[in-house]
Write a protein that binds this ligand. Structure first.
Ligand code: FAD
Length: 564
């Protein structure tokens, strides 16, 4: 089933649901007129349909491999990268001073979702570059910017993000890689990093690694981490890729999915690097990249979900099996009530999750354009919600896609299984679902719940305008639970953080659906909203019961109890 880019859905959501006109009205993003945005999304959709989608299966069947220390990528991936780069889609948001298009994050996010639908494995490559470009724009010296940004923005060079080590995954503070000053302003970086996405390839001239490491005498934990730019090949006097640096790809991981994306074990042996940001200030600099990537990974998963949904819908409308109780039906499984339940749920969840991601993107854009604290707080609060809901929706939709296919879903040739295998990692990388939950009820509650309550006020207003009691009740229940959680011990909050995060995201989903229905009272959005509100709002109270349960029952069970 060929992928069809849902460009009109993006444009509808931007215009009617997330208030993109406010972004376009700022001086900073004045060039993002409706015509420009529509033209960009249309062109992105065309590239994703024609160039990237055909690569998805190829990447799965012909994984990236390591040959004499060099990564050989899946057939056609170089062409796919070039198509994305030449259209300017690696760096839509980047500063025009360095060749970027200076577009808002909401446009980048829409394009990223389509690239992910086309080929999830390949999409990780531009996603890593986008994060690194943003980190360098904010934290690198002018000299580094001048050498690296134009090449990264043009897609001549690609980028990676090196946090993880064997003993340091979710706990970044445990990293041991080290950096010694060379005395000439550069550093010698030594250590091993694991799981590094797109750590090498055979289609860009250079790969630029951002590596977290410790300086000599650095304080313990996250306060002693610094960030270094370490190129695979050192730039020559003209700024072109020159001699090889002291680093190598040791091996590639064998994974459940995402076979087209080389996941590398990287070894740095006194590799020459440059400090980015302040000494011991690496995490702050890396957070610029990680926040961008958190939105990016939620959207990345959602893109896979959209492709899996389209696949399942096409199969359901073709497969004949059993007699249905529907008069004048199509005669296919599409008429079975339970298949309709799955397909409608998939479509409705995708819309809600897309709207949440675009709402976050608009908040980031408004924060960038205005510097307003309220937008900054709104964006920060929405980040873990959008990451978790996007990743969970992508995984759940891909799983439902297998179910819609029946036995053929379990057989690789339909491609339904690949979506589920590829997307699963989205719930793990860029902060696991548990880490996002802890962030929401921990750090993001440090304002006493102000950002949460402000969002819930918006939902209550929409519920009143739309006249939907289920949505109003859900918003009130989440507000009450927020107050309860704020009074609880931190570890008890953590115990309920993931169900709470989901309940909050579903409630926001109801808010976006209601807005869509009000904008399109006679269209498909109105019918989709009715279904989402009737089905998903009822899940909210149950999730909230678990959210305030605390951890007592969990810790009451000993390891012996669990092993019994
Ligand atoms: C395919 C792939 C690509 C990746 N790409 C990159 C990359 O490009 N760059 C990079 O640096 N890393 C990358 N990673 C690493 C990824 O970010 C980590 O795997 C992830 O952060 C989790 O760390 P971990 O694997 O050590 O799991 P752990 O941290 O050991 O987590 C195990 C379990 O414990 C839970 N847990 C741990 N700490 C907490 C806590 N404080 N609160 C609640 N629960 C907790 C987790 O939620 C999880 O369920 C990639 C990983 C994969 C699989």
């Amino acid at each position: 089933m060929p992928y069809r880019a849902p460009v009109s859905e993006f444009l509808f959501c931007l215009e009617h649901v997330v208030g993109f006109d406010r972004v376009a009205a700022t001086d900073r993003f004045a060039e993002a007129t409706p015509e420009t945005v529509a033209a960009m999304l249309t062109e992105a959709g065309r590239i994703c349909e024609e160039v990237l989608a055909p690569l998805n299966r190829t990447g799965d069947l012909h994984p990236a491999r390591l040959e004499n220390g060099v990564v050989r990528t899946s057939p056609g991936f170089g062409d796919g990268w070039r198509a994305v780069a030449d259209a300017g889609f690696v760096a839509l948001a980047a500063d025009p001073e360095f060749g970027g298009l200076g577009m808002p994050m909401a446009v980048t996010s829409s394009v990223n979702e389509m690239i992910a639908s086309g080929c999830l494995s390949l999409q990780l490559a531009p996603l890593m570059s986008q994060g690194q470009i943003e980190a360098l724009e904010h934290h690198a010296s002018e000299e580094l910017k001048a050498i690296y940004l134009p090449k990264l923005v043009a897609g001549e060079w690609n980028a990676t993000m090196n946090l993880t080590e064997a003993q340091a995954g979710s706990d970044v503070g445990a990293i041991r890689s080290r950096a010694e000053p060379n005395g000439d302003g550069t550093y010698a970086v030594t250590g091993q990093k694991i799981y590094i996405s797109w750590g090498d390839n055979d289609f860009t001239e250079n790969t630029i690694h951002l590596v977290l490491a410790r300086l000599p005498e650095a304080p313990k934990g996250t306060k002693g981490i610094s960030l270094f730019l370490v190129p695979k090949r050192l730039p020559d006097a003209d700024g072109n890729a020159g001699v090889a640096n002291s680093l190598k790809v040791v091996s590639l991981e064998h994974k459940l999915g995402l076979h087209g994306s080389p996941t590398c074990v990287m070894q740095y042996d006194g590799a020459t690097g440059w400090l980015v940001g302040e000494e011991h200030g690496g995490l702050a600099a890396m957070f610029t990249m990680m926040n961008n990537a958190r939105l990016g990974v939620g959207v990345h998963a959602l893109g896979a979900g959209e492709a899996a949904f389209q696949h399942a819908l096409a199969y359901a409308q073709d497969r004949v099996q059993g007699r249905t109780l529907v008069a004048d039906g199509t005669g296919t499984i599409f008429d079975h009530a339970d298949v309709r339940r799955m397909l409608t749920g998939m479509k409705a969840d995708i819309f809600a999750s897309r709207a949440l991601s675009l709402d976050l993107a608009v908040s980031i854009d408004m924060a960038t354009a205005t510097g307003d604290d309220a937008w900054i707080a709104r964006a920060a609060f929405l980040t873990p919600l959008a990451k978790n809901y996007g990743a969970q929706t992508g995984a759940a939709v891909a799983d439902a896609g297998i179910q819609v296919h029946g036995g053929m879903g379990f057989i690789e040739e339909t491609g339904a299984a690949q979506f589920a295998r590829d997307v699963r990692v989205s719930e793990i990388y860029e902060g696991t679902t548990g880490i996002q939950g802890a962030d929401l009820v921990g750090r993001k509650f440090s304002d006493g719940g102000a950002a949460a309550f402000a969002l819930l006020d918006e939902v209550a207003k929409t519920a009143a305008q739309f006249g939907n009691e289920a949505l109003a009740d859900a918003a009130e229940a989440v507000r009450h639970t927020t107050e309860t959680l704020l009074s609880m011990e931190l570890n008890d909050r953590f115990a309920g953080s993931v169900p709470f995060t989901r309940a909050f995201a579903l409630t926001l989903g109801g808010h976006y659906h209601a807005k869509a229905a009000m904008a399109q009272p006679d269209g498909h959005h109105s019918r989709l909203a009715a279904s989402y509100l009737a089905r998903q709002m009822s899940a909210v109270p149950g999730l909230l019961v678990e959210a305030v349960q605390g951890g007592g029952d969990l810790y009451a069970l000993s390891s012996d109890d669990l092993a019994a």
